[in-house]
Design a protein around this ligand. Structure first.
Ligand code: ADP
Length: 262
């Protein structure tokens, strides 16, 4: 609480009483703390790959460059860390753009299933590299009013996560189910799953259930925060069903615009 006091005087300038105002600043403080945490998190996330890049460059200059095997190994690590920095910066810029108040979707009639097909085509190789069966289950077309570019981003993030958090030889199935007023986009995997009490937290910026695993798979910890914003901008909602060790199902529900409800 923020407290301020002021005396109440009578006409002879004598104190008659005191007015005490309690101002509840919990929300302001919370916002301030969130902002401070975010800056601290960003700094930490950026520092880790930069420290590694500088360290390996120094070791190369100090002589490791003459050892071909060591040099190749170090350069690969540096490339990996550089790429991590690149995706982190891309995601940070993206998040700051979509969190702005004047952020606007470019709305048009979108076929969820068309967007999904192009996303699956793009992610085929990633799934194959992990021997994961990535399949589009029979469903509907899912015609909605939406921003095709942003819907593509939502799909890429969710399917990439499903592939990342599912062990080799697992399965990831995606589908679209249209109802009268809504259309669902569903991604189901039979991977590691998420503990119940962690589910609400995974949408927070930089929150990861397992930091090391997320980093190894190239994760920035921002993907689901971006997804949440984009889904909300569409007036949609997200539902997660998950069981530890069994797998997870992410369902995104989009509202159909009145003109598309038959
Ligand atoms: P990251 O870049 O770490 O994947 P996200 O914001 O996309 O960041 O996800 C946050 C965390 O949620 C992940 O680090 C992971 O712990 C968990 N998570 C997301 N999707 C899945 C999934 N399909 N299965 C299990 N855990 C998941």
């Amino acid at each position: 609480f923020d407290v301020s006091c002021a005396p109440v005087l009578n006409k002879h300038n004598k104190v008659r009483g005191i007015v005490v105002v309690f101002h509840d600043i919990t929300a302001i403080k919370k916002l301030e703390n969130t902002r401070k945490d975010f800056v601290a998190n960003v700094s930490h996330e950026l520092r880790t790959p930069v420290t590694s890049l500088v360290g390996f460059a120094e070791t190369l200059i100090d002589g490791a460059i003459d050892d071909k095997e060591l040099r190749d190994q170090f350069l690969h690590i540096m490339l990996h860390e550089g790429r991590r920095l690149q995706s982190l910066i891309t995601d940070l810029l993206e998040l700051s753009k979509i969190e702005r108040e004047h952020f606007k979707l470019q709305l048009s009639q979108v076929s969820l299933s068309n967007v999904l097909d192009s996303v699956l085509f793009m992610l085929k190789g990633k799934a194959e590299a992990k021997k994961i069966r990535l399949s589009h289950l029979q469903g509907n077309e899912g015609l909605i009013m939406g921003d095709a570019f942003r819907i593509r981003q939502i799909m890429i993030n969710l399917i990439t996560n499903a592939i990342s958090y599912t062990p080799e030889n697992g399965t990831v199935s995606v589908s679209i189910h249209e109802r009268k007023q809504e259309a669902d986009f569903i991604v189901a995997d039979n991977g590691m799953g998420i503990e119940k009490d962690q589910i609400p937290r995974i949408f927070e910026r930089f929150y990861r259930v397992d930091k090391a695993r997320s980093r190894d798979s190239g994760g920035t910890g921002l993907g689901l925060a971006i997804v949440k914003h984009l889904v909300e901008a569409h007036g949609g909602r997200i539902h997660v069903d998950s069981e530890l060790g069994k797998g997870s199902t992410f369902t995104i529900t989009f509202k159909k615009s009145p003109s598309l409800i038959g």
